[in-house]
Design a protein around this ligand. Structure first.
Ligand code: WT7
Length: 699
């Protein structure tokens, strides 16, 4: 199916299923925060017609030390929110709850990587089959721990406004570290533990950060992630320069011998301080520093269109108000109602910042974190965690869901998932097949699914179903969050009619938006606020770099990054749509589609496909062969249109992914274009493991 608008031709999957919102009580909630479509519409309407009043109200959910005087100062593209107000993010996530008499409630539940069975490194008293290592922390515990660490950081010379780098495993001390920084007014810059030394030094230099918090190692699939070793290498690169690291603070987690690394760091001129030698001695008294609303809360590096990662800058008041509001509305968070929220993301990503820590803790709902991997010790780790802890809201990525599909329906079926009330997805468009599988096999056809569209830059969800109000359609992130003026426009900034693809923009500022790219405000202006303008006023729109369309119900369908949208014979085609079509074939587990140079078409479609082993085995004669390529090509043509039929289909062992689970499209594009050679093994399958390793961190 296609339609022609503004010179572009759009393709659409025939997705017509609609899942109405259900009564809260049927799912185990007392009530919905927003319980009807009319309530949602009123709220959104109000936020557009009286934005200052709307945001003033939302800001009241946060505890301010000094009330703000002005809601917004907007000198496009520079926004200042809640001017004159002071607050502290750690206070709002921790101390406020203690002060209100909830000090003994659970704030954080942690489950460590199960040690002992496979690793030969048994943790004392822990055995996966019997009892994985679990630790629980109350708000009072968190208050004491953040205060102590805050004092230690101060003793290391960390001052308000300094950037503290955090490179730690998924252990409770990581959450403590983030909040301790917020407590004393230091700006945290968390680096995901999967990043290599070069990425650490690069980010520390860019942020002018001299202090790093890390661990001797973290556990992943029975192996130790050499965090301190990577830090030592990063320190070594920087030693003697003006960017040399000054303080290395180390948590003992793996217990391995790291004397060599410690000596090397010291020899390079940095000081090494151990958590267990400093934190227990420190005082519990450490005030939550009053921060100006627009004082920086954190930097978070993310890859852009250039090779150099950008330090996305978020500030205190606006970010906190926004992520607390979105967490509450999207996940229907209600304190003291037996909820346990589990977002599977690593704290090293924005999802972990907003929906492991700040948004959830500010709402006084316990948050669960886990260390390890979904497939260790077994492929059912996630389902066993949900059953063991009685998780009520579960939030993960489509990539993970597709992997689970591949692993088979029997794994979730083995576990009691009846505690679940709501499911969420984030990070990429979800194909309807994965959505339906998630719905049936995890949500047991009961739980609403919130497909949350947002970005590191937006601070929190910007387009998402509100579960009590908005009917869902598999593959659509549905409607804008109250306060968000999202639109699909053409290059001239004109809003497009239904079912035409265009640029996804946000037409007015919101509190959770990034304020700058650290050290490069120009890049901020150019990347986000220069591409599209309001045709009437000339004011810039926020440009998401995503393509999207809205359907006749106004629902948004994100087609993916504009740089992933390819132009085939003048037909604009979302690579995601072709993937979706491929994955809807029973043989296909995962698919990644990229553009490739094509003599006639300009850009041709190249599809990398992994197959379901069970499908291959089910009948004799099934194989990754040319006949199957024809079948899949015809299937795509049927689902989308002949122009979308891949010019090349390549079967692979697995798709190359970054540590964060994103498919490495640039690498695939290079392979498709013949720029990168991969090692062809003896079978008909391509093996990406070698090139994937060479291509390091990010795509
Ligand atoms: C990009 C942002 C923000 C959380 C994690 C990713 C894509 C994100 C969705 C969704 C379709 C999505 C977009 C966006 N994306 N969520 N629900 N549906 N696409 O953060 O690394 O900053 O990536 O992820 O392309 O621009 P990020």
């Amino acid at each position: 199916m296609s339609n022609e608008q503004n010179g572009g031709i759009e393709s659409t999957l025939h997705e017509t299923r609609v899942f109405p919102a259900r009564p809260a009580k049927e799912l185990g909630f007392d009530a919905w925060h927003v319980g009807t479509i009319d309530a949602y519409k009123d709220m959104h309407h109000r936020s557009m017609h009286d934005p200052e009043g709307f945001w003033r109200e939302q800001a009241a959910a946060v505890d301010w030390f000094t009330p703000f005087e002005k809601v917004l100062e907007w000198n496009a593209p520079d926004a200042k929110w809640f001017l004159g107000g002071t607050l502290n993010a750690c206070f709002n996530c921790v101390d406020r709850h203690v002060k209100a008499g909830h000090g003994d409630e659970t704030a954080l539940v942690w489950e460590g990587e199960p040690l002992g069975v496979h690793t030969g490194h048994p943790a004392p008293g822990s055995n996966y089959e019997k009892a994985p290592e679990i630790r629980r922390f109350t708000y009072r515990d968190m208050q004491r721990k953040t205060a102590r660490l805050g004092n230690v950081l101060k003793s290391l010379g960390v001052k308000k406004g300094d950037v503290v780098t955090i490179y730690m495993p998924m252990v409770p001390e990581l959450v403590v570290a983030v909040l301790a920084c917020a407590r004393i007014g230091a700006v945290h810059s968390v680096i995901f533990g999967g990043f290599a030394p070069q990425s650490i030094s690069e980010r520390m230099v860019d942020a002018k950060s001299k202090v790093i918090l890390t661990a001797d190692g973290g556990w992943r699939r029975g192996e130790i992630v050499p965090l301190l070793k990577n830090v030592a290498t990063a320190c070594d690169t920087l030693k003697g320069s003006g960017d040399a690291v000054r303080e290395v603070f180390v948590l003992r987690r793996s217990g391995q011998d790291v004397r060599e690394q410690v000596e090397s760091i010291k020899a390079g001129g940095a000081r090494v301080t151990w958590y267990h030698e400093s934190v227990p001695e420190a005082s519990d008294e450490c005030r939550c520093e009053p921060m100006g609303s627009e004082d920086r809360l954190f930097l978070l590096y993310t890859s852009g269109s250039t090779g150099k990662p950008k330090g996305i800058m978020h500030t205190t008041g606006g970010y906190l108000v926004y992520c607390a509001m979105t967490a509450r509305l999207t996940f229907n968070l209600i304190p003291a109602r037996g909820q346990l929220f589990w977002c599977t993301a690593d704290v090293g990503w924005i999802t972990g910042h907003s929906y492991v820590i700040y948004g959830v803790m500010a709402n006084r709902v316990p948050t669960l974190i886990y260390e390890g991997a979904p497939n260790f010790p077994e492929n059912d780790r996630f389902w066993s965690i949900i059953a063991r802890h009685k998780v009520t809201q579960f939030y993960t990525a489509p990539t993970a869901i597709r992997t689970f599909m591949k692993w088979g329906d029997d794994l979730p079926a083995k576990h009691d998932l009846s505690s679940l009330r709501l499911l969420g997805t984030v990070g990429e468009p979800i194909n309807p097949e994965a959505w339906m599988w998630y719905h049936a096999h995890i949500g047991r056809s009961r739980c609403p699914i919130v497909d949350t569209y947002w970005q590191t830059e937006t601070g929190g969800h910007v387009i998402t179903p509100l579960p009590g109000a908005i009917a869902t359609k598999p593959g659509s992130c549905t409607l804008p969050m109250p306060g968000i003026d999202a639109a699909v426009v053409n290059e001239q900034g004109h809003e497009l009619p239904p079912n035409s693809g265009g640029l996804l923009v946000i037409r007015r500022p919101w509190p959770g938006m990034l304020r700058s790219v650290h050290g490069d405000h120009d890049r901020y202006v150019k990347t986000y606020w220069s591409r599209v303008k309001d045709p009437r006023t000339g004011q810039p729109f926020y440009f998401s770099a995503d393509g999207a369309r809205r359907d006749s119900d106004g629902y948004f369908w994100v087609m993916g990054r504009v740089d992933d949208v390819i132009n085939v014979s003048g037909h604009r085609l979302g690579t995601m749509e072709v993937e979706s079509a491929l994955v809807s074939h029973p043989a296909v587990a995962e698919a990644a589609v990229v553009g490739m140079p094509h003599e006639v078409k300009g850009t041709g479609v190249c599809a990398f496909v992994t197959l379901k082993p069970a499908w291959l085995k089910a009948e004799p004669g099934r194989a990754p062969d040319d006949a199957l390529k024809k079948v899949l090509g015809a299937h795509v043509a049927k689902e989308i249109g002949a122009f979308a039929r891949p010019d090349s289909i390549r079967f692979a062992e697995g798709l190359p992914k970054t540590r964060s689970g994103k498919i490495m499209r640039r690498l695939l594009r290079d392979v498709a274009a013949g720029v990168q050679k991969i090692t062809q093994d003896t079978s008909t399958l391509e093996d990406f493991s070698v090139v994937a390793k060479l291509s390091a961190d990010e795509d």
